[in-house]
Design a protein around this ligand. Structure first.
Ligand code: NDP
Length: 288
């Protein structure tokens, strides 16, 4: 069994980015800048934002934090996004979700300039992904693909099942598994809460991706012998952080599996950094 170690893989990606940014800086090229907007005081969001800021600093990306009060108006958040869209020193804009009640997240996301949308949530980038055109792909599914690629997991011609159809994970994950440049080419089934015989479908998967948000939803009987299992879920329970898969019960029958924590989570942040460096290269005309 191969442990798909997201922590180590993310560290390798960060190290490559750090070298790249340092080499560009040595040539007099300005460093990439990521603006992170946090509205309100949601404790989990505060931790995520801090982790993203630290990860940026670690690779030499300038992180510009904007912390707005929970009672901010829609106009205030949109005004900030417009201001950041217009700034030449800001390559990426990240709006930490969820926004406090009363604010329209989609309207804010729609306002982020697609060339600065390093989270890949803008309809233009989602559309480009669907069409197979270059753009910014959402970080979590992009991190899954990168994790599989770097562990030489072949996907071409494989039967993939994705549980979950959210806009940030399940939906783009499916699109990436069926077609993502020279990788992917899997045959993909997407399951959700209305899917009958879900366990049976999962048990046919060579690659099973769980993005549900329910602790230990995927049990051993839902997993085919020798399958590759990717657990995107992050669930806070009395036993600490657990994934959507029953790791202990599954690990002995799979060929590869991601741990939680230390699997997809660190890859998500790494891909945010990759996207920010790419946005900067695009803005400076350095893209290859
Ligand atoms: P959402 O709640 O937006 O989507 C969950 C999906 O799971 C929905 O499509 C839902 O179906 C489906 N689902 C829920 N219950 C069932 C069920 N009983 N049977 C079948 N399908 C079901 O979640 P997200 O996609 O945002 O996140 C999923 C998980 O991934 C969460 O644990 C989240 O914390 C984690 N996550 C982890 C990240 C990381 O970096 N590792 C990043 C983002 C998320 P339906 O559409 O029918 O309601």
């Amino acid at each position: 069994m191969i442990l798909l170690d997201g922590k180590a893989t993310a560290a390798a990606i960060r190290s490559e980015l750090k070298d790249k940014v340092a080499a560009q800086e040595a040539r007099g090229i300005r460093t990439p800048g990521l603006a992170v907007i946090l509205v309100g005081e949601d404790p989990a969001s505060q931790v995520y934002v801090r982790n993203k800021e630290k990860a940026c600093e670690n690779v030499g990306i300038r992180s510009l934090a904007y912390r707005l009060p929970a009672d901010s108006t829609q106009d205030a958040v949109e005004g900030l996004i417009r201001e950041l869209n217009a700034r030449d020193d800001v390559d990426g804009i990240l709006l930490q979700l969820p926004l406090p009640k009363g604010l329209d997240s989609q309207a804010c996301l729609d306002l982020i300039a697609p060339d600065k949308d390093v989270d890949g949530f803008h309809p233009v980038n989602m559309g480009r992904l669907a069409l197979g055109l270059p753009g910014f792909a959402p970080c979590t599914p992009a991190g899954v693909i990168e994790l599989l690629r770097r562990h030489n997991v072949t996907t071409s011609g494989k039967r993939a099942v994705v549980i979950g159809r959210s806009n940030i994970v399940g939906k783009p994950m499916a699109m990436m598994l069926w077609g993502y440049g020279d990788f992917a080419n899997a045959t993909v089934t997407v399951c959700h809460s209305r899917t009958p015989e879900l366990a049976k479908l999962c048990a046919e998967a060579d690659i099973l991706v769980a993005a549900i948000g329910r602790p230990h939803f995927v049990t051993a009987d839902m997993v085919k012998d020798g399958a590759v299992v990717v657990d995107v879920g992050i669930n806070r329970t009395d036993d600490g952080l657990v994934g959507d898969c029953d790791f202990a019960a599954i690990k002995d029958k799979v060929s590869a599996i991601t741990p939680v924590p230390g699997g997809v989570g660190p890859m998500t942040i790494a891909m945010l950094l990759v996207n920010t460096v790419k946005a900067c290269e695009n803005h400076l005309g350095l893209a290859n």
